[in-house]
Design a protein around this ligand. Structure first.
Ligand code: PLP
Length: 407
């Protein structure tokens, strides 16, 4: 994408024109959440102003329109992930809720004492804790795939961890700390050789790379709307139909039932079996709008531009003495975690903030990974398609000043 295209895109994001402490905002915290284009915010407004009525149950005009919009959003998410069937898409509050759903419902149906679940060392807490809770509930063991010094998973150890007690593998597509793009297709193939299903946490993947769940042969694939320019509080779970039919509902309530008597309740068909209560139909339509927006720019254009930013920033960061970058995988997305000498990451983040630059510091909800690196945390800069090389230049000069002040 050329400069003019980026400027055109930036104009769609009003927040990018904000001043922070009288400085131009430089927003490099996109792995935590992305900013929203005007069309997404307008979709939310349009929903509440013109389309608001509870869905599925109403015979009246507004209810039918809202239902159509929600179900059309499901189709858009299904097409975006290249799912075989739209019924395989369950709306959730986000990645975290989707993983909890699978850990609870799959765990209920298929796991027993002494079984094993495999995750990796680079997981976000939301792909560790729900499995730990299952382990505690039912007496399972959590197995962990280690990584090498570049932040790439050790596939040989993964193979040796797969055994007849393994019930499920749950793995990030892209690490939110190191940026590593994991070889999920190979991981899935190896697990499937032993008939073990795989959940892929796509929270950091879908905003950057095209995902085809059928080609990957993923059993479950989850993501959050807010990380792909959509609203907070909405996300999706893709599950193969046979798995979604085989596991019990996650929550009980309205909409997920077929019939209810005090003696017995029967459950609704997919996808409604997993969507108890009033769904976030405004959120789903706004998420669909965000996906449309991303598709209009094109994921290939996005990946190319972000790769340029990643390469340029990495190169410029090494101008700074004592620079240590964590995560140097060959396949890497636009996330850079670093430390400078012995300076605490929090101090760097605090001073950058005063210069209008938003980066994240700390353990990034991946404490076991940070512990394994033997560091207190990192400073993390993460880029989106609206970021520019000029912003990186300002960031590098600011960082140089900050480092001098803190050294
Ligand atoms: N998984 C990964 C890899 C993430 O980066 C995040 C959020 O940072 C999550 C899961 C959790 O996402 P959410 O808080 O939107 O549920």
């Amino acid at each position: 994408m050329d400069k003019q295209q980026i400027q055109h895109i930036r104009a769609d994001f009003p927040i990018l024109a904000e001043k922070i402490y009288n400085k131009d905002l430089i927003y490099f915290d996109n792995a935590a959440t992305t900013q929203k284009p005007r069309c997404v915010v307008e979709k939310i407004e349009e929903g509440y102003y013109h389309l608001n009525a509870n869905i599925h149950r109403g015979v009246h005009y507004l209810s039918q329109k809202a239902t159509e919009a929600h179900e059309a959003a499901r189709t858009i998410v299904a097409e975006f992930l290249h799912a075989g069937k739209r019924e395989e898409i369950i709306f959730t509050r986000g990645t975290t809720e989707a993983i909890n759903l699978v850990a609870t419902s799959f765990g209920e149906a298929f796991c027993k004492k002494d079984d094993e679940v495999i995750v990796s060392v680079l997981e976000h807490h939301s792909n560790i804790v729900p499995w730990q809770m299952l382990c505690e509930r039912k007496g399972l063991k959590l197995q962990v795939i280690p990584m090498n010094e570049h932040g790439e998973l050790d596939i040989d150890t993964f193979k040796s961890l797969l055994n007849e007690r393994t019930r499920i593998v749950s793995i990030a597509h892209v690490s939110n700390v190191l940026g590593t793009i994991n070889p999920v297709k190979e991981i899935i193939r190896l697990a499937h050789e032993k008939n073990i299903p795989v959940l892929v946490d796509g929270a950091q993947a879908v905003p950057h790379i095209a995902v085809n769940v059928v080609e990957l042969d993923a059993d479950f694939y989850v993501f959050s709307g807010h990380k792909i320019y959509g609203p907070t509080g909405i996300g999706a779970l893709y599950g193969k139909e046979r798995w979604l039919n085989a596991i019990p509902p996650y929550q009980g309530g309205g909409e997920m039932i077929a019939t209810v008597t005090f003696e017995k309740t029967t459950y609704n068909e997919l996808p409604f079996k997993f969507e108890a209560g009033t769904p976030d139909y405004i959120g789903s339509t706004a998420l669909a709008e965000a996906i449309r927006y991303v598709q209009n720019i094109g994921l290939e254009n996005i990946a190319n531009h972000e790769h340029e930013l990643l390469t340029y920033c990495t190169q410029r960061l090494y101008e700074i003495d004592g620079m240590r970058i964590f995560g140097t995988a060959t396949e890497k997305s636009s996330v850079i975690s670093f430390l400078v000498g012995n300076i605490h990451p929090y101090d760097i983040g605090m001073l950058l903030d005063k210069l209008g630059i938003a980066v994240r510091t700390g353990h990034h909800c991946a404490q076991p990974l940070i512990d394994s690196l033997g560091i207190p945390g990192t400073v993390r800069a993460s880029f989106a398609f609206y970021n520019t090389k000029e912003e990186i230049d300002v960031f590098i000069e600011a960082l140089k000043r900050v480092v001098i002040m803190l050294s």
